[in-house]
Design a protein around this ligand. Structure first.
Ligand SMILES: [Fe+2]
Ligand SMILES: [Fe+2]
Length: 250
C-alpha cells in the first residue's frame, strides 16, 4: 500500500491565518498512527514567491516523510529553488522546475506549468517532447503526473482567465500512456474529472475555497471563501487495484 497526502495551495504569506490553515493539515498528518509514504504539495506554495515565504514553508512541512513540491502561478523559481532546496532533486535557479522522482515504489512526474509573470499555465513544446519520453520509460509501479494547473475548464468567470493552455497538445502526449492518475491544484477545490483517458484528482485549496457561480454567495461578494475548512486528498494505492482517494477536511 502506498499513501500519498496531496496538499495544495497553502499560499503562505507570513500571516497567522495562512500558517494556521496549513498547520491544521500538517498536525492531522503528524497524528497518523502510520505515517503517509509521501506528501505532495501541488503549487501556490507561497502567495508572493518571496524568499521569506519559502523559508516559512520549509519550516512548516513535515520533516519525517518525503515531501515533493511543484510550483504554481504564485511561485517564483529562483527563490523557490533556494528556499526549498531540500525538497528538490537538483539545485540551481532555472525555470521551469520539472522533476521525475521515485518515492515509496511510485513514480512522480512533477511538471511546472507556471509561466513567469503570468497566472495561466502552459507546458511548452519542448516540455511535452521530454514528457513523452519520460512516460514511455517502463516503470513497475504506479505513475502519477502532477501539475498545478488542471487540464479542465472550470466554468468560473475569474478562474477561467487562468487555465492551462494548449490542452490539446498535452492530451496528445498523455493519451494511451500508463498513468495511474493526474494530480492537480490551482482551482482551490476538491475536484474529480478526467483528461485524455486518465483520472484527474484535484486537491482542495488549503488557503481558501473557490465556490462556483451557482453556489451560495460568499461574504462581501468575493471570489474566495476563506471560511471553508482547509482540506487534503489521500490517494491510496494497493497493487493491482484501482486508486482510492479520500478527501479530508480536518
Ligand atoms: Fe492557488
Ligand atoms: Fe494557482
Amino acid at each position: 500500500m502506498i499513501v500519498i497526502a496531496h496538499l495544495s495551495d497553502p499560499h503562505l504569506d507570513g500571516t497567522d491565518v495562512a500558517r494556521d490553515r496549513l498547520r491544521r493539515i500538517t498536525s492531522y498528518l503528524k497524528a497518523f498512527r502510520t505515517p503517509v509514504d509521501v506528501v505532495l504539495v501541488s503549487g501556490d506554495l507561497t502567495d508572493h514567491g518571496l524568499a521569506a515565504e519559502y523559508d516559512e514553508l520549509a519550516a512548516e512541512l513535515p520533516a519525517d516523510v518525503p515531501v515533493l513540491v511543484i510550483p504554481g502561478n504564485h511561485d517564483v523559481s529562483a527563490p523557490l529553488r533556494a528556499g526549498l532546496a531540500d525538497f528538490l532533486d537538483s539545485p540551481g535557479e532555472a525555470h521551469p522546475i520539472h522533476q521525475v522522482r521515485e518515492v515509496a515504489g511510485a513514480r512522480f512526474v512533477l511538471l511546472d506549468t507556471s509561466v513567469p509573470g503570468e497566472d495561466y499555465g502552459l507546458l511548452t513544446g519542448g516540455t511535452l517532447t521530454w514528457l513523452h519520453g519520460v512516460l514511455q520509460q517502463p516503470f513497475d509501479g504506479p505513475v502519477f503526473v502532477a501539475m498545478h494547473h488542471p487540464p479542465l475548464d472550470m466554468h468560473h468567470p475569474v478562474m477561467d482567465q487562468w487555465p492551462l493552455r494548449a490542452q490539446e497538445a498535452l492530451a496528445a502526449v498523455l493519451t494511451g500512456k500508463p498513468i495511474t492518475a493526474i494530480l492537480t491544484g490551482h482551482v482551490h477545490n476538491a475536484i474529480v474529472t478526467s483528461f485524455a483517458g486518465h483520472q484527474v484528482l484535484g486537491a482542495p485549496g488549503i488557503r481558501s475555497t473557490i465556490p462556483l457561480p451557482f453556489e451560495p454567495p460568499v461574504p462581501n461578494r468575493g471570489m474566495l471563501d476563506p471560511k471553508a475548512g482547509p482540506g487534503l486528498a489521500l490517494h491510496i494505492h494497493y497493487p493491482s487495484e484501482p486508486l482510492q482517494t479520500l478527501y479530508r477536511f480536518p
